[in-house]
Design a protein around this ligand. Structure first.
Ligand SMILES: [Zn+2]
Length: 99
């Protein structure tokens, strides 16, 4: 019986061929995958915005669209703030009258 010993791509520990994960760092190992593929880091979908490179006209158009889109949000926020303020005012008025 020839038992192949592997070395963990992460911690370099010896791993028996039948092991499903590294005994050292518990990294899961897929022996059917090619070694190069198995050693590749897990793929993560990540978007990094380093800067906006837009023509000035496009930027103005974007800002106008943003401000138009923010109008309903502003109305909702105003209703909430005014409603809460009115409620607070009513409570304060009632409390003052009780004295
Ligand atoms: Zn390991």
């Amino acid at each position: 019986m020839t038992e192949r010993m592997w070395n963990c791509p992460s911690c370099k520990a010896e791993i028996p061929s039948e092991a499903k994960e590294c005994p050292g760092c518990h990294r899961s190992l897929d022996w059917n995958a090619p070694p190069a593929l198995a050693q590749s880091p897990p793929k993560t979908t990540r978007v990094i915005v380093t800067g906006l490179d837009l023509p000035f006209g496009d930027l103005i158009a974007l800002l106008i669209k943003l401000s138009i889109a923010s109008i309903p949000a502003a109305i909702i926020l105003t209703i909430i703030v005014v409603g809460f303020g009115g409620l607070m005012f009513a409570c304060m008025t009632a409390a003052t009258r009780l004295r």
